[in-house]
Design a binder for this molecule. Structure first.
Ligand code: SF4
Ligand code: SF4
Length: 365
């Protein structure tokens, strides 16, 4: 039974993320998920059949044509990702996936042939491998990720496949001079596009297994993060202005102009973003963690579990309403992330998939 009487005012979510696992082979400086041991979580993850129930539930609720995102952790550590993508396709859903690209080279042909419509690969540098490697905590990360990108692209071309291949990049002080080369690399190599995100609080990107929640109303930015923003305040703003120019020229940079402008403002005065930009993640999207817990905001408590309730009930339930109310007083800075900007990469990819096109000149995520 539905728990909320204000159903009429609640829109359906436009973004559904399935975090298949907390496990990951990398040790990124921008994330703390890898602090959780694989042995602790592997047996607790939803099974293939449980994920299939989630997919069926999504289709029954949102209808054919809805898009889902596989994320994590590293989602390709789940060998059933291909089976889940096929099942999603059989239900009329569109499937996209994020990946760190570290161990997918041997899967490249399978990925191109699979029912995954789009893949977004994390890459933080293109000219200086050491910058990427340092940010990802592995000495061979650049080599393996680059191999994966180029293999996917080559196989897609050979087979005439339709896989959208894009890059996702975090902007931080050490890679500022890599940002424009990365945008050029994406265009010159015929990738679908590139999406940028400014570094955020590393502790906020925690494993779901930790059940960590923030007191979002009283959040204080850590000094180390403040220092990083300070280091980027001038040059970072210049680089973002250059990205805006490239986007006007037709480069597929998934971030909207609105978001790029917000990033530029943020680097000058982070607190202004909290005052001026509301966060609507809880009104537009939901994420299901590896254990079935559903969150509307990744830094707040779960609002239900797919093992106990249908997703629509969770979405309209009293916990979800409380979560939405809490987001209105949130003082965190992750409102700058892509999930809070309409028409950013997820929406663009979604639209491209629906139109059956590859966005070659300046795309999404
Ligand atoms: S950011 Fe992604 S790739 Fe890096 S450790 Fe976290 S989950 Fe793994
Ligand atoms: S800014 Fe948005 S995503 Fe970040 S903690 Fe607040 S409500 Fe959640």
């Amino acid at each position: 039974m539905m728990k909320n009487h204000k159903d009429k005012k609640i829109r359906k979510p436009s973004q559904i993320t399935l975090d298949l696992t907390d496990r990951c082979q990398l040790q990124c400086v921008t994330c703390s998920k890898w602090h959780t041991s694989a042995a602790d979580v592997i047996e607790k993850e939803l099974t293939t059949d449980e994920w299939k129930c989630v997919l069926l539930n999504i289709r029954d609720w949102l209808g054919e044509g809805a898009s889902i995102w596989f994320s994590g952790g590293e989602p390709f550590l789940r060998e059933d990702i291909f089976e889940l993508a096929s099942y999603a396709k059989s239900l009329g859903l569109h499937a996209a996936s994020m990946t760190n690209g570290y161990s997918i080279r041997h899967l490249a042909e399978r990925i191109v042939d699979s029912d995954i419509d789009s893949i977004s690969i994390s890459l933080n540098a293109v000219n200086d491998p050491e910058i990427h490697n340092a940010s990802r905590g592995r000495k061979d990360a650049f080599e393996k990720t680059m191999e994966a990108i180029l293999s996917l692209k080559k196989i897609r071309e050979e087979k005439g496949g339709r896989l959208n291949i894009s890059i996702a990049t975090i902007i931080f002080p050490d890679n500022l001079e890599e940002i424009i080369p990365l945008a050029r690399f994406a265009k010159e190599n015929g990738l679908t596009g590139i999406m940028f995100q400014i570094i955020d609080d590393v502790d906020a990107f925690h494993s779901f297994y930790e059940h960590k929640c923030y007191d979002t109303e009283h959040y204080r930015m850590p000094d180390a993060l403040k220092d990083q923003y300070q280091k980027m305040s001038v040059r970072g703003g210049e680089i973002i202005s250059q990205l805006m120019e490239l986007k006007k020229e037709g480069y597929v940079i998934y971030n909207t102009f609105e978001q790029l402008e917000a990033m530029r403002t943020f680097l000058k005065d982070p607190d202004r973003i909290v005052r001026k930009i509301p966060c609507d993640v809880a009104d537009t999207g939901m994420g299901i963690d590896p254990y079935g817990e559903v969150r509307l905001c990744f830094n707040m408590s779960p609002v239900g579990n797919v093992k106990d309730e249908k997703m629509e009930e969770i979405w309209k339930g009293s916990n979800a309403c409380s979560c939405r109310a809490a987001t209105k007083n949130c003082k965190m800075y992750c409102r700058l992330l892509n999930c809070n900007f309409d028409k950013s990469h997820k929406s663009l990819v979604h639209r491209a998939v629906h139109k059956g096109i590859r966005i070659l000149k300046g795309y999404r995520m």
